[in-house]
Design a protein around this ligand. Structure first.
Ligand code: A3P
Length: 326
């Protein structure tokens, strides 16, 4: 298949111009309604290239998430499990010298530029390859949904996810964000208008698939992972068929993995304290509070009532629910 030429990129720019658009919290300058999700302009070309050109391998692993749901944590945990044999030392682990986003990339981001070279380096990556994505399940390339590669999805209660997104948006470079007030951003969020949203269809796409194909998609919640990290990391280990599960020292290794990826440990690493990711967001801003229930400090009683109703209505009948901690 011919790779994206300048002409093709122009066609995609023209397509983007025909789509409904909205201002969003970040990923700017706009969100474009594409294939029923709000695609940030920053990712548009990359999403199309990913759909057209990516070739999945059966042993690929994908970390999927709605933004600000715990992607950084899940990337770290999955990286440490998938590479358990390659990097078995916890004193000299790549996660001590690189941010999880530098170790696990999203094809929708990397394929937005230098397509030919990027595809070549993807095909030459050490296997099993580990990637991340924010793309809704229904828009993933067929090569991913139809191959045997595995997907681990993390979601988070929408209250905390919104607050985390809001705080993050106030700290990234202004060219990628918009000066929305908290209330304006909240209204948009209630209407599903945020990068890769609506949040409900994003969650439900992966949720439904995890029920239909439990060997394909492992569905995790940030709150559960916080509450019983060992139990859920063991689920990840089993799901990925990692050798850790069969090792005599398996339990100690899992504890070491969890400690290496803990919020406190990662936040305090020099590598995560300074510098930028992709020249857009400071690495330190991926580690804010790492708590469940911080939303209570932000929402007015009327916002709580409104948002609770929306969550109930959108998730009703799906079997997916969140404990609201306050
Ligand atoms: P808060 O803003 O509520 O603190 P994402 O990684 O999808 O961007 O999500 C960011 C959220 O995950 C932030 O939440 C961040 O603090 C939290 N986080 C990052 N690393 C974490 C870790 N190792 N353990 C738990 N939470 C983590």
């Amino acid at each position: 298949m011919a790779l994206a030429s300048g002409k093709q990129a122009n066609e995609e720019n023209e397509l983007m111009l025909t789509l409904p658009k909205e201002i969003g919290l970040y990923g700017g300058p706009y969100l474009h309604l594409f294939q029923d999700f709000w695609c940030p302009s920053f990712y548009f070309q990359g999403v199309i290239n990913f759909q057209k050109h990516f070739l999945a391998k059966d042993n690929d692993v994908f970390v999927a998430s709605f933004p600000k749901s715990g992607t950084t944590w899940l990337k770290a945990l999955t990286f440490v499990i998938v590479n358990h044999q390659r990097f078995s030392s916890f004193e000299n682990h790549p996660l001590l010298s690189s941010n999880p986003h530098e170790l696990v990339s999203a094809p929708e981001f990397i394929l937005s530029h230098d397509l030919h070279d990027q595809l070549l380096s993807l095909s030459n990556m050490t296997e099993p390859r580990l990637f991340s994505t924010h793309i809704p399940f229904s828009s993933l390339p067929k090569t991913i949904t139809e191959s045997n590669c595995k997907i681990i999805y993390i979601c988070r209660n929408p209250f905390d996810t919104f607050v985390s997104a809001w705080e993050f948006s106030t700290k990234i470079k202004s060219v990628f964000s918009h000066a929305l007030t908290f209330e304006e951003a909240f209204e948009k969020y209630c209407n599903g208008i945020s990068g890769f949203g609506p949040w409900w269809s994003h969650m439900l796409g992966y949720w439904n698939e995890s029920i239909t194909r439990p060997d394909k998609v492992l569905f995790l919640k940030y709150e559960d992972l916080k509450e019983d990290t060992v139990f859920h990391v063991k689920r990840m280990v089993e799901f990925l068929g990692s050798s850790v599960a069969r090792e005599e020292e398996g339990t100690t290794v899992i504890e070491n993995m969890i400690n290496l990826c803990s919020f406190e440990k990662m936040k305090n690493l020099e590598v995560n304290k300074s510098g930028y990711m992709h020249n857009v967001a400071e690495k330190k801003n991926f580690f804010r509070k790492g708590k469940v229930g911080d939303w209570i400090n932000y929402f007015s009683p009327s916002m709580i009532e409104k948002f609770s109703k929306i969550i109930e209505e959108k998730l009703s009948g799906s079997g997916l629910s969140f404990k609201v901690h306050s």
